[in-house]
Design a protein around this ligand. Sequence first.
Ligand code: 5RP
Length: 236
Amino acid sequence: MLDRLDPPDRAKLTAAYHAMQFVEDDMRIGLGTGSTAEWLVRLLGARSYLEGLRVVAVSTSERTEALARSVGLRTATLEEAGWLDLTIDGADEVDPVLSLIKGGGGSLLREKIVAAASERMVVIADDGKRVDTLGAFPLPVEVVRFGWTATRKLIEDVLSSTDLDGSTISPRMKDGARFVTDEGHYILDLHLEYIDDVDSLAPRLLAVPGVVETGLFIDIADTAVFGFASGEVHEL
Ligand code: 5RP
């Protein structure tokens, strides 16, 4: 069955499988969102069923929560779990110092809250997510719905005052309507191409009224596991 997976899926499964080494009995674990994280959830479900692994899982999206329950994992809210031992999540881009772009699946806010409430964050990704510089993947910014066009204008002003002047911003759509996050917000995707100064961009975007969170994850990830379709892995 596995050889029928396409190469990106084999790489994602490989990364998720190798991240299992970080999971121990009785851990409270944050579960990410996205196709790579879903492999992890399935593997955790299999280990729980076959090996009796006991973990409490806190999901970063409704989609992950449904999958976690369906594979028999014990789930809890972050409030119930209190603090987490480990979060394992995917990413859209990972740079050499483990700064990330996340939010391609629209769950960046919960993902950041859960990762920040964890002792350790492990990123799992196919090797194609490695980049030298963040920015080719559009940067998701979660904004409140009220006045979102004004928020977009203010974000444009922030970009204009940097070398990112001229970048475009698109509201995320799904099935012909504006995409709404699990927290009831919109997402603006910033097409930046190249983020020269990640450290200064994040706080400037967060200072705009209406911006709830950005998909820049800086100083949050501790380890990245990159999977290849061949079954090899590289850890950073
Ligand atoms: C969701 C995310 C995902 O982790 C990211 O988009 C990677 O997804 P995938 O594993 O499907 O490539 O940040 O908000």
